[in-house]
Design a protein around this ligand. Sequence first.
Ligand code: FES
Length: 98
Amino acid sequence: MDTAADDSCRPKEISVTKITIRNNGSIRIEGDDFTVYDAEGNAFDLAGRTAISLCRCGQSENKPFCDSTHKLCGFSSEVKARKLDPIVPAPVPPPIAS
Ligand code: FES
């Protein structure tokens, strides 16, 4: 009897990106499949990193990445996960009279 594992029926492992808002610090992004873009849609070359920290205090010399300056500038922000309000659809503007 063949005891070798048959992986063909096993569900593929789903890649999950974890984003953590650190108290008094950065936004940590961890995962195998995420991309950070600038405002023009250009991707940062993360050189294979699977974890990065984005600055949340606004004081980093290496924005958008955290350089730990938050520890020196007294940045204070503690957050707890919460449920957001439901999405409110944008009002539809009235038709333009001609
Ligand atoms: S959050 Fe770390 S330098 Fe801004």
